[in-house]
Design a protein around this ligand. Structure first.
Ligand code: VGL
Ligand code: ZN
Length: 188
């Protein structure tokens, strides 16, 4: 599926958490995760050709992070800093000059949005970015939180729904509805 987005220099493509642990075979695998890679690579290439900024976030937890179930959290151990599971998917074609944003790096706090305690919003404004185009994983967790935060930060926000997948696929339609209500332009 080729999604036509007319990128320009005031756009940022924000690829959320395309990491091994969220893809098939990973610790917190999202069904359909790996299959998103070719389509996301096409968006990266289109964004880059048009002079848009390419940003990739990654979930980047310390060992014994508060979100892990053995610490009373909700998730299995995943995306531990510098482990293979935390690495970007090997086929993700991230240019060398793409901006990498690590989130949820504190022992005692989780963060689902790529804007949460990262300074990303201010950085994008400094770069003159007005619109954020979002894809990646997981639709019902970090993609949702990131899209909502992008709106709150004042960016025009577009979600490329076919280039995202949910931990709970049954809840995906409800998530898309909530995002539309929050002012996110959802491309289906
Ligand atoms: C995520 C669960 C836990 C995500 C991160 O990136 O969607 N999901 N941590
Ligand atoms: Zn996490």
């Amino acid at each position: 599926m080729t999604l036509q987005v007319n990128y320009g220099p005031r756009d940022a493509l924000l690829v959320v958490d395309m990491q091994n642990d969220f893809c098939e075979g990973g610790a917190l695998a999202v069904t359909g995760g790996s299959a998103l890679v070719p389509g996301i690579n096409a968006q990266i290439a289109a964004a880059r050709d048009a002079g848009a900024l390419v940003v990739a976030s990654r979930d980047w937890h310390p060992v014994d992070h508060v979100s892990f179930d053995h610490r009373g959290g909700t998730w299995p151990v995943h995306c531990v800093q510098d482990t293979p599971g935390a690495a970007f998917h090997p086929d993700l074609a991230l240019p060398d000059d793409a901006i990498r944003v690590s989130k949820a790096t504190a022992f005692d706090a989780d963060a689902y949005s790529a804007f949460d305690a990262t300074g990303l919003g201010g950085y994008l404004r400094e770069r003159g970015i007005e619109r954020v185009v979002i894809c990646g994983l997981a639709l019902d967790v970090c993609v949702k939180a990131t899209a909502e935060a992008a709106r709150r930060e004042g960016f025009t926000t577009r979600l490329l729904a076919p280039l995202s997948a949910a931990v709970d696929p049954g809840g995906a339609d409800a998530v898309l509805g909530e995002l539309e209500s929050a002012g996110v332009e959802v491309v289906e």
